[in-house]
Design a binder for this molecule. Structure first.
Ligand code: HEM
Length: 228
């Protein structure tokens, strides 16, 4: 077990020149982008219904009725898709002692002195917080969403509860858009990260600089593969 604390079994070092490291298998990347596309459709259809000035967005879905019908379906499918991603990644997103030290030295990171921070596994604290934020917000949205899905569940809760559910649903939606903006911004800000989710690989330098504990573990495992 200690053999795979910071990495997935498919992670590996590829002996190209320069060296690359496999960070995501194809099925994880497909799962990620499928979830991302659904969440974007979810946001567009949700905001179209949320604010009258954005009602024009319903045009993307063929009108208000279609947007109203499709929005909860996008939501359920997005949650199921995220669940698959969650099952693959939750262990690597558990909090660890080094995350606390990392957070206490965040000013060094912002000043460009990442070498002063502790070595990290596959994810840093920021990524972990985004991950758990997405998880809890999606859970909140699917639970409150079922309560306000009158077409299929008209008698699930009383009218006062439904009103509260609508408020909770809207707040969670706005928060989740903020979390996704942070996620995309961080992916762009940390140069070399996007390729992890497109080609599946990062450079050896990227892995050494940002996730050294992860890289060390992948290298150790590759040096001594488990006995057949
Ligand atoms: C639409 C624009 C998006 C872009 C450009 C993007 C980009 C990325 C990139 C580059 C990574 C790899 C980060 C790394 O391995 O260090 C990643 C990871 C991930 N993304 Fe996205 N993403 C997007 C949307 C989403 C959405 C909408 C969700 C789900 C609600 C999502 C969930 C995740 C998760 C769970 C991970 C794994 C990170 C972790 O487990 O902490 N992404 N994304």
């Amino acid at each position: 077990m200690a053999d795979r604390e910071y990495s997935e079994s498919s992670d590996r070092i590829i002996a190209t020149e320069p060296v690359e490291v496999r960070r995501y298998a194809a099925h994880t990347r497909i799962n990620h982008w499928f979830t991302a596309i659904l969440i974007i459709l979810l946001i567009l259809s949700g905001f179209a219904l949320f604010w009258p000035r954005l009602f024009f967005l319903t045009g993307i879905f063929g009108g208000g009725q279609n947007a109203r019908f499709l929005h909860p379906i996008f939501g359920v499918v997005a949650c199921l898709s995220f669940l698959l991603l969650f099952l693959q990644l939750w262990k690597l997103n558990l909090m660890r002692r080094e995350d606390v030290v990392w957070a206490s030295k965040i000013t060094d990171l912002l000043a460009g002195h990442e070498e002063r921070l502790p070595e990290l596994g596959k994810y840093n604290l920021g990524q972990k917080l985004v991950f758990w934020g997405m998880f809890w917000l999606l859970l909140t949205m699917v639970a409150s969403g079922l309560m306000i899905w009158q077409q299929f569940f008209p008698d699930l809760v009383s009218i006062p509860v439904r009103r509260w559910a609508l408020l909770v649903h809207s707040i969670a939606a706005v928060l989740s858009v903020l979390v996704i903006i942070v996620h995309v911004y961080a992916a762009i800000w940390t140069r070399g990260t996007i390729s992890a989710m497109t080609s599946g690989n990062v450079t050896g330098g990227w892995a050494w600089r940002h996730h050294r504990k992860w890289l060390r573990e992948v290298a150790r495992r590759q040096d001594s593969p488990p006995a057949e």
